[in-house]
Design a protein around this ligand. Structure first.
Ligand code: B12
Ligand code: SF4
Length: 554
């Protein structure tokens, strides 16, 4: 029996199309190793009757396309998917598609359709976070034979073995066909209790060279635990992994880290939902990693929990090569914390943690979200005031886009028509539906303006005279990837001028003007915030005679 596992692309459909058709420079594809397929693939390879297995890593293929786009001809999304499926080396009996993100719904269905067309007798089965939350709707589609809800190791193994035994009415916990879905059965797959039973993730089924050596994308992913005990209403993690945390032993964590280190990885990303929750275990692991990591750095892309973090854990993270991370605060309104998102972040403790991080040189960023159902203008203002009181390098302000299957999603159903949501084109920074409280456009504007105000015009490093650090953050977060960002470049010019680097400052202002003339995004940013960038107006009025030093003394 041949098993093909496919990971879908973690980007809205229209953004992928724009890249493929070479229309967009605004979005860089999000690419990360598909841990679920690596862990499940390794388990199924060991425990089921399959003889061949392949992972088709569409995210990585998208990343490669983006990097090499000058060399490749443009194409449609469907054409791209077809060309990827043409690369498969065997005729699969089972095509398993990982549908983790709501925005990948359409492309996953198209993948299933193409697979059915290409391999007439194959069985399609979808799994992953979004498949778990949306299983009924997915099973309405002809190209979807089965959906797995929850973790796939045990259920997919049993499913494949049943298929191999030609069992007609497959009855596996967590595996739904169209009939079971219509019967209203509510269950998810059984979970592996002892995560040490998982074999080494199937790193060998990925293009490790791409993940190790590609500039910008070069990162290896691991997951040391599954599950999170907290009850944040917006979070989708517990749908699949439950609320009880299961840990791999430190020995197993180290063996996975060592595998990547031996390959040559210089960046490793643990993707655990809740990091360092068991203090003693974590401190021991961090110290063991510190001994073997050489110059490899560790990156935590999930926000750190304010409830869990403390000074000793921060010190241990630094020893193991974590240079910085985001602290997950989400809202500065105590009401929202307690009643709407139920994260209950202690806002004073968050501030103290940030102060400590600053003191020891741990680069801290913070996440906020606007647009929760029930959120008022006053609550948003409270959040903005709180943001302004933080001493932090960067604040990300997102728009709340609910995850199907979560408690917050049910709250959204009270204020919006969730059946009409265009999931395929939605991203976190952009939610494509109005609620009775606020329109998409209003919300987007508030979040966008707050981002710009907090991170640029009212930048905390600038306020505190840390001009070099402000420049470093703008370079790393904005200008290295988006050189056309008028506001970023303008603010960098101001920082240079504070450092008396007048030539650099003037050069930046002149480059801003060039970009504004040739790039629509630069022009849009200029027009939107021109009142806050008076030096650009001055430069445009008198390009030849412009003198920054005299403008600044006026
Ligand atoms: C790593 C990660 C990413 C990586 C994904 C890499 C990849 N290709 O897998 C990247 C960085 C790309 C990513 C991006 C985003 N992410 Co993310 N991400 C995660 C995270 C932390 C871990 C996923 C993981 O590896 N889990 C470990 C493995 C073992 O579990 P798993 O992947 O779920 O796989 C198991 C089962 O789902 C199932 N399964 C999975 N696939 C299949 C397929 C088949 C055939 C079968 C049978 C079973 C099966 O079996 C697997 C093994 O048990 C999860 C949180 C979580 N704990 O799941 C969030 C999570 C999936 N992400 C989430 C979100 C919201 C996002 C973003 C929107 C965030 C953002 N700020 O932009 C973006 C999506 C893109 C976009 N722009 O819209 C949400 C849910 C999304 C949703 N339902 O729409 C989650 C659940 C986080 C949360 N706390 O709510 N993410
Ligand atoms: S702490 Fe993080 S992972 Fe846990 S429920 Fe809240 S958002 Fe989800």
């Amino acid at each position: 029996m041949n098993l093909l596992l496919i990971s879908s692309i973690a980007m809205p459909y229209n953004e992928v199309e724009a890249i493929l058709e070479e229309k967009s420079i605004l979005r860089i594809p999000t690419v990360a190793m598909p841990i679920g397929l690596m862990e499940m693939g390794a388990y199924v390879r060991e425990k089921s009757c399959i003889s061949n297995i392949q992972i088709l890593d569409c995210g990585k293929e998208m990343g490669s396309f983006y990097i090499n786009k000058e060399k490749l001809s443009s194409r449609s999304y469907q054409h791209f998917l077809r060309s990827l499926l043409d690369k498969v080396e065997f005729t699969p009996d089972v095509v398993g598609i990982s549908l983790m993100f709501a925005c990948a719904r359409k492309s996953s269905l198209e993948t299933a359709e193409i697979a059915k067309e290409k391999w007439k007798n194959c069985t399609t089965i979808l799994g992953g976070n979004t498949a778990t939350g949306m299983y009924k709707k997915l099973l309405d589609e002809e190209c979807v034979d089965y959906v797995v809800r929850g973790e796939g190791e045990l259920s997919l193994t049993e499913f494949i073995n049943s298929l191999n035994d030609s069992i007609k009415n497959i009855n596996v916990q967590g595996v739904y066909d169209k009939v079971k879905a219509s019967r209203g059965v509510e269950e998810i797959s059984p979970m592996i209790e002892d995560l040490d039973e998982l074999p080494m993730p199937a790193f060998d089924l990925l293009d490790l060279d791409f993940y190790c050596n590609t500039p910008f994308y070069g990162r290896g992913s691991v997951m040391f635990s599954r599950g999170c005990p907290f009850k944040c209403t917006f979070c989708g993690s517990s749908l699949v992994h439950g609320r009880r945390v299961r840990h791999k032993s430190n020995k197993k964590c180290l063996s996975e880290v060592k595998y990547l280190l031996d390959y040559g990885f210089k960046h490793i990303k643990p993707e655990d939902d809740i990091w360092a929750i068991r203090k003693k275990k974590f401190m021991e692991l961090a110290d063991e990693i510190a001994k073997i990591r050489g110059n490899c750095l560790f990156e935590l892309s999930q926000g750190l929990s304010v409830a869990v973090m403390d000074e000793e854990r921060i010190d241990a993270m630094m020893r193991m090569g974590v240079k910085g991370a985001q602290l997950a605060i989400e809202s500065g309104s105590p009401y929202i914390q307690k009643h709407i998102i139920k994260k209950n972040v202690n806002l004073d403790k968050a501030k103290k943690l940030l102060d400590y991080m600053r003191k020891v040189g741990f680069v801290a960023e913070v996440n906020f979200i606007f647009g929760f159902p029930g959120e008022t203008d006053a609550m948003r203002k409270e959040s903005i005031e709180y943001m302004k009181s933080l001493d932090v390098n960067w604040i990300y302000v997102f728009n709340c886009a609910p995850i199907p299957g979560t408690e917050l999603f049910k709250e959204f159903e009270k204020v919006a028509d969730m059946d009409s949501v265009d999931w395929d084109n939605m991203r976190v920074g952009r939610r494509l539906f109005d609620t009775i409280e606020i329109t998409t456009e209003e919300l987007e504007n508030i979040a966008y303006d707050t981002n710009i105000e907090i991170n640029f015009f009212n930048n905390c490093n600038m306020r505190n005279g840390r001009y070099e650090l402000a420049i470093q953050c703008w370079n790393e977060i904005i200008l290295n990837n988006y050189p056309f960002h008028t506001v970023g470049r303008y603010c960098r010019a101001i920082a240079y001028s504070k450092l008396k680097r007048m030539d650099d400052a003037t050069a930046d202002l002149r480059i801003c003007v060039d970009w504004i003339r040739k790039n629509s995004e630069s022009k849009r940013l200029f027009e939107r915030y021109r009142a806050k960038m008076p030096l650009l107006e001055k430069l445009m009025e008198n390009e030849k005679g412009f003198n920054l030093a005299s403008e600044l003394v006026r």
